[in-house]
Design a protein around this ligand. Structure first.
Ligand SMILES: NC(=O)c1ccc[n+]([C@@H]2O[C@H](COP(=O)([O-])OP(=O)(O)OC[C@H]3O[C@@H](n4cnc5c(N)ncnc54)[C@H](OP(=O)(O)O)[C@@H]3O)[C@@H](O)[C@H]2O)c1
Length: 352
C-alpha cells in the first residue's frame, strides 16, 4: 500500500464517512465473537439491527473461562452456534448450516500468536471460513487484522498477511481493517501504579508511539465497513482519536491520575535480546521454550516498533498519516480503570 492510499484513509475515518447505503438488515456471520473486539463488534452489529450469528467454541474466552451460557449472555442479541472453526466440515455444517448469509465479519485470531497456532487460526481457519462463506452466498468479508503486518517480522504477522492476500484475490468485496494498539494492551500497568509501584519502560519510553483505539470505536468502524462503499476493497489502517502517545506519556498520565510523582524503571531492550537468544538455543532441545522465544520476540517487536502507519519511502512511522476514528481516549479509560468503572481482560500477549 502506498502512503497516498493511507492519507486517503485518513479522510474516511468515522465521522467523515458518507451516508451509509440504505441496506436492509443484513445476515452476518461473526467469527472470533468471544474475543475483546469480537464482543464489541457483535454488540455494534446487533445495535444496528443486523441479524447476527456467531460460531464459537463451547469453552471460550481466555483459558476457556466462558461456558456456553456465559458466551450466550455476553453475546446477547446474537444467535450462537457451537463448533471447531479449524474444521471445515464443522464450519459448513454447524456454522453456516446450509443457510444464506450476506456477510462474514472475522475478529478471529490466535490467542497466543505462537507460530503453529497463528497459521492454524489466522490463516488456515480463515481459508476454510472463506470457502464456507462463499457456499453460503456471502458477498462481503470484513477482516480484523493488525497494523503491525505492514512490517512483518513475526510468524503471526506472516500468517495474517497470507490470508489478507487470499481474501484480496477471492473476488469477494473485502475490508481489511488494520488497527493500532488496543486499550487492553496499554493498560497492564494501571494496577502496578495504583499499588504504588513504578511504571516500566523499555529504553527511555519514547522508542515507540501509537494512537490507541477503544474496543467500541473499533467495533463501530468494523460495522461501518458493512455499509459504507468507500470502506470496501481497501486495506484500512486505523487508530483512535487524538495525538500519538509514547509509553512515557502513558506512564506520566497514570501518575497524574493517582496524584503521585512519576517513577519509571527503565528496562533495556538488550535484555529481551538475551532472553530471546537463550530461549531460542534451549528451545532446540525443549520445544516449549521455542514457543516462549517467539512470545519474547513478539514482546520485543512491540517494545521497539510503533503502531502507526509506516512510510515506505522514509522507513519512518508517521502519526499524521495514521487515520483516526471514534471518541474514546486511553486516558479516560485509565481514569475509568482506576475508579473501578471499567475492567481490562489481559490476553496471552501481555508483556508488562
Ligand atoms: N492487542 C492489540 O493491541 C492489537 C492491536 C491491533 C490488532 N490486534 C489484532 O486484533 C485481533 C483480535 O484481537 P482481540 O484482542 O479481540 O483477540 P482475542 O481477545 O484474543 O480474541 C480472539 C478470538 O479468536 C478466537 N479463537 C482463537 N483461537 C481459536 C481457536 N483455536 N478456535 C476457535 N476460536 C479461536 C477466540 O475464541 P475463544 O474465546 O474461544 O478463545 C476469540 O474469540 C488479533 O488479530 C490481533 O492481532 C491486536
Amino acid at each position: 500500500m502506498t502512503l497516498d492510499e493511507n492519507h486517503a484513509g485518513a479522510h474516511e475515518a468515522r465521522g467523515l464517512l458518507s451516508a451509509p447505503l440504505a441496506r436492509p438488515r443484513q445476515r452476518v456471520m461473526v467469527l472470533g465473537a468471544t474475543g475483546t473486539i469480537g464482543r464489541a463488534t457483535v454488540h455494534a452489529l446487533v445495535r444496528r439491527g443486523h441479524d447476527v450469528t456467531c460460531f464459537v467454541r463451547r469453552r471460550a474466552g481466555v483459558g476457556g473461562a466462558l461456558a456456553s451460557h456465559d458466551s450466550a449472555r455476553i453475546l446477547h442479541g446474537a444467535t450462537l452456534r457451537f463448533g471447531d472453526v479449524r474444521d471445515p466440515a464443522a464450519l459448513a455444517r454447524d456454522g453456516f448450516a446450509g443457510e444464506r448469509f450476506d456477510a462474514l465479519v472475522s475478529c478471529l485470531a490466535s490467542r497466543t500468536g505462537a507460530p503453529r497456532d497463528a497459521w492454524a487460526i489466522d490463516h488456515l481457519a480463515h481459508m476454510h471460513a472463506l470457502a464456507a462463506a462463499r457456499q453460503a452466498g456471502v458477498s462481503q468479508m470484513v477482516l480484523l487484522s493488525a497494523i503491525c503486518v505492514q512490517k512483518p517480522l513475526l510468524a503471526f504477522q506472516h500468517a495474517k498477511l497470507a490470508f489478507e492476500g487470499e481474501l484480496m484475490q477471492s473476488g469477494l468485496d473485502y475490508s481489511i481493517v488494520r488497527p493500532t494498539a488496543f486499550f487492553k494492551s496499554l493498560s497492564g500497568q494501571v494496577e502496578r501504579v495504583r499499588r504504588g509501584k513504578s511504571f516500566l519502560l523499555f529504553g527511555d519510553g519514547t522508542l515507540t508511539a501509537c494512537k490507541p483505539i477503544s474496543d467500541d470505536d473499533l467495533a463501530n468502524y468494523l460495522a461501518d465497513c458493512l455499509d459504507h462503499p468507500e470502506l470496501r476493497n481497501r486495506v484500512l489502517p486505523i487508530g483512535g482519536p487524538g495525538e500519538a502517545i509514547t509509553p512515557r506519556q502513558q506512564g506520566g498520565h497514570l501518575f497524574a491520575l493517582v496524584d503521585r510523582e512519576p517513577k519509571f524503571t527503565h528496562v533495556p531492550v538488550a535484555l529481551l535480546d538475551v532472553i530471546i537468544k537463550t530461549l531460542g538455543l534451549t528451545g532446540r532441545v525443549l520445544p516449549p521454550l521455542a514457543a516462549k522465544a517467539e512470545l519474547a520476540r513478539i514482546g520485543r517487536y512491540y517494545a521497539t516498533e510503533s503502531m502507526l502507519v509506516l512510510n515506505p519511502d522514509s522507513g519512518h512511522y508517521d502519526a499524521a498519516a495514521t487515520p483516526s476514528t471514534g471518541t474514546q481516549t486511553l486516558f479516560a479509560h485509565y481514569a475509568d480503570l482506576l475508579q473501578g468503572r471499567a475492567a481490562t481482560e489481559r490476553g496471552d500477549h501481555a508483556v508488562f
